[in-house]
Structure formats: C-alpha cells, structure tokens
Design a protein around this ligand. Structure first.
Ligand code: NAD
Length: 476
C-alpha cells in the first residue's frame, strides 16, 4: 500500500493529496492481528523483497538520490543502496535464529524449571525517516521491524522528494502491501501519524522533533527509538598520525557534504598539532577535488535545499574565528565549500548548533584534559572520535567521556559492523539498532519460566515456620 498526501509544503517536491492516515493504520493493524506477519517465512520473503528491490532498482534509486541532493552515484551506492542491501541480507540470514526462544540459566532458587526469552513482535511499528540518507534510514529500521514480525508504516522524508516518491512506488511492488505501507508526506502527515496508536515508533531526525515524537508517544505509552543528532566532537591527541587524521576528517566532512548525523562536528587539538592538522585537511580536500574545487564537482554532494544552504551561510558569518580553508558558498547552486574555521567563539551559533554541513571548526585547547572538559560540559554526543597513536591515551579519552558510539582513528566507520549497536545517549537519542540489536528493539523479549508439577516444594507456602525460614534464608 503506497499512499501520497498532497498539500503545500515549501521545502518539498512530493505531490501531496490528503490521505486517510487512520484508515491505513487500521488496515495494517487488521493485517497484523490476522497473524500474517508472524511466520518466519513471511519475514524472510519481505526481506528478500527489499534486497531484490535494492538490486534491481538501484539505477532509479541512485538517480533519485542524485536528483534530490546531487549525491554522487558511488556515495549513493555505498551509503544508501548497496550498504543497505548487504545489511538486510545479513538480517535475512539470521532472522530464524534470532526469533528462536533463547534459553537462560536458572539460579538454584528457580529450580526445577526451564527459563526462556521468547522474542515476539510488538505489533504495528511506525518508522519516520529523514532526508540525508533517505533510503538507508527508512529501510534499515523497516527491515529490523519486519524481521521481528511486525507490520510497518513507513514515512520517508518530504525533503528528499524524488527518493520518497521512488520508495512509495517501489516498496509495495516488492513486499506485502497489506502489512507494509509507505505514507508519503510532510509535517502535517507526520503529525497525523503520531496521533495514531502504534506499538513502537522509530524516529530518525533532529533532537527538537525527537521531543515532539516522544511527547506524542507518551500518550499511549508507546516505546520509542530516537535516532537524533547533535555535535559529535573529535579529539586529536599530539600522538596522532596527522596525515591520516587530516585525510579521514576531511573525508568525514566531504561525505554527503557533511550532512551526516555522525559527521565530525568540531575538532579539539593543542596548538602544537593544530596547524599541521589544518594543513593536512587542506591537502586532503585538494586531493579529493583533484585541485578543481568542489563547486560543480560531481563527487561533492549539494546542500539539500535553499533553507539549509542559507542556514549554513549564516554559520559562516559572525563566528569570530579565522577561515583557514574554503568559506565560499552559492545559494543558487545550493553549494557550500568544505570550510575549516579556527577558533570560533564558543558561544557562536557555529559552536552551539549541530552544523550538519561541510564546515569544521577547529578549537585550540591547552591539553586533552581541557578537551575532555569541553566535551563533558556539553550535551552527550551521538559519536565521539579520538585520533591517537598512543593507545592508552585513546582508551583514557574514551573512558573519560561519553557518547552514543565512538571510533578511534577514523570517523563514521563504527556504523558499518552490524554487531556494533548504533544509537545515541541523552539528547542524541535513545535505543539501538543494526544487526540483532535492531531485531531486539522491535521485539517484546518476553520472559517465560516453565515449572514442572511433579515436585512441589512446600517450603514456599505459609505457614512460615522457623524451619522453613532457616532453609529459605540459606538458599536465597
Ligand atoms: P527531516 O526534516 O527530514 O525530518 C525527519 C522526519 O521528521 C521527516 O520525515 C519529517 O517529515 C518529520 N518531521 C519533521 N517535523 C516534524 C514534526 N514537527 N512532527 C513530526 N514529524 C516531523 O530531517 P531533519 O530532522 O532535518 O534531519 C536532520 C537531523 O537528523 C540532524 O539533527 C541529524 O543529526 C539527525 N539524524 C540522525 C541520525 C541518527 O541515526 N541518529 C541519522 C540521520 C540524521
């Protein structure tokens, strides 16, 4: 079932018509209640369908990504289409095993008996996705929900309009449309959806909207996974390999033009290492663009729309720092140069807002101790990066800070291994997914204890005699 809402949305190119959100949710719920989504075979078929879609329709999907934000085909393939096909194939491979009851060891006090954790579906899940990796961030939570035996309503982002259209058209051709519905739409549609009752809401997007989602979910005590944003810091120790560090940081800002939830947001480095690091990033940007700059460069993504370009242009002014690299932008082309700004004011918008674009502030600190304090004085980030050749120092910096995830000597890569659960902490989100953690997120991990009746220990029952008390106090 693919449904389109048509109403005026300034930022969106999707065709919008009013849709019967409540009716669709109710239909999908009826399907769930019929038991159709529970068999493992059904789940496997849907996951196969999604993988088939990603493989057969990759030209259309990559073209939609390019139309929405000038995403280079290779980036579209690696971060959205191809990467997701591999992840969903791995979920498909493991779903039967994950869905099996998990036997647990019982303590003496619970003997005799057998204990199990029985994963069961929650019901109807709502997945709301953002525009920056619009296929990845819609399909991967959907796949986890399907693997766990849920029915799903999925809402792509209206800001990636071509991709939204493509997904709404293609998904029902490859999966069971009675149980899996795509509803296109803007904030009004998302708001309508949040008025319905779901059994899980999986939201990816900004922290401010995350709060709205959590508030709406509270009405029905619906569990939520919130994959949010924030400022992900980078701590560069004096022991770091500066050439590699500069290249990897530059790549973290080049990829999707920095419009990545776990993009490095700002760097903390001592004066001793700072200038070499900035030089190394400048060299890396030059190499990436073959010396031709980034405007009209097919390997460099555009900013998603004019509103976000204007927002980033605002961050390029009034920061009080020194522009060491880049600094140019073009509203018509929705382009912002990869830009490094050294020592902006700590209270400038650049250092208070999540940047979500190709601008990287570099802050000089006295020591890594000061860097840790700087990070710990702010909201808990989604990702934290440490660059150090001194492994003990790296461990110490990780141990003295917190974040949803962390990566040493690289950026963004900790998202890749499916066995590393992905998610935020505090303002950067709550809950985890990827691999089995996603399956568990969309499951009720039901505890079941089976007791035999052959033996019925009277010790438990009143009257509470002195003899029983002595025994119980000894064994429990
Ligand atoms: P967005 O504007 O596309 O919004 C995300 C979704 O929320 C869309 O489907 C949109 O329709 C819906 N939405 C917007 N306003 C709403 C409202 N008032 N009520 C209900 N739904 C609403 O995307 P965005 O929020 O600009 O995305 C960027 C943010 O997402 C950044 O902060 C980024 O860090 C974060 N993000 C996080 C992750 C992660 O995995 N943690 C991944 C990508 C992006």
């Amino acid at each position: 079932m693919a449904i389109t809402d048509r109403s005026d949305t300034p930022d969106s190119d999707i065709d919008l018509t009013p849709v019967d959100v409540a009716g669709i949710v109710s239909h999908v719920r009826d399907t769930y209640n019929s038991g159709r989504t529970r068999p493992i075979e059904w789940r496997e078929e849907q996951l196969d369908g999604l993988v088939r879609m990603l493989k057969l329709e990759s030209p259309r999907l990559e073209a939609a990504l390019a139309a929405d934000m000038g995403k280079p085909a290779l980036e579209g393939f690696t971060t959205d289409v191809g990467f997701i096909a591999t992840e969903i194939s791995a979920i498909r491979k493991h779903v039967a095993k994950w869905a099996k009851p998990r036997k647990v060891r019982l303590p003496m006090s619970a003997m005799p008996g057998k204990g199990y954790i029985v994963p069961e579906p929650l019901g109807v899940a709502l997945v709301i996705a953002p525009w920056n990796y619009p296929i990845n961030l819609l399909l991967l939570p959907m796949a986890a929900a399907i693997a766990a035996g849920n029915a799903v309503i999925a809402k792509p982002s209206e800001l990636a309009g071509e991709t939204s259209k493509a997904l709404a058209e293609l998904i029902p051709r490859y999966v069971d449309p009675e149980a899996i519905a795509v509803i296109e739409g803007d904030v009004a549609v998302a708001t309508d959806l949040l008025e319905q009752r779901f059994d899980h809401i999986f939201y990816t997007g900004s922290t401010d909207v995350g709060r709205i989602v959590a508030t709406a979910a509270a009405r029905f005590l619906t569990p939520v996974t919130l994959e949010l944003g924030g400022k992900s810091p980078v701590l560069v120790d004096d022991s770091a390999n500066i050439e590699v560090t500069g290249r990897r940081l530059a790549w973290g800002k080049w990829l999707n033009a920095g419009q990545t939830c776990v993009a490095p947001d700002y760097v903390l480095v001592t004066e001793k290492t700072r200038d070499a690091l900035v030089d190394s990033m400048r060299t890396a940007f030059d190499e990436f663009s073959d010396g031709n700059g980034t405007q009209d460069n097919p390997d460099f993504t555009s900013i998603v729309n004019e509103r976000h370009t204007t927002r980033l242009q605002g961050l390029l002014t009034g920061h009080g720092g020194t522009v060491a690299v880049g600094g140019e932008s073009d509203l018509d082309a929705k382009h912002v140069d990869p830009t490094i700004i050294v020592d902006p004011d700590a209270d400038s918008p650049l250092m208070r807002q999540e940047i979500f674009g190709p601008i990287l502030p570099v802050i000089t600190v006295e020591s890594m101790h000061e860097a840790v304090e700087f990070v710990n004085d702010r909201e808990k980030p989604l990702a934290l990066y440490v660059f150090a050749e001194d492994d003990e120092k790296a461990d110490e910096l990780i141990a003295n800070t917190t974040s949803g995830g962390a990566c040493v000597n690289h950026v963004i890569q900790h998202l890749v291994p499916a066995d590393l659960p992905f998610g935020g902490v505090g303002e950067s989100g709550t809950g985890r997914y990827h691999g089995q953690s996603g399956f568990d997120t969309f499951s009720n991990l039901r505890s079941v204890l089976k007791k035999p009746t052959k033996m019925d220990l009277k010790m438990l029952y009143p009257p509470y005699t002195a003899k029983k008390e002595k025994m119980i106090r000894r064994f429990i």
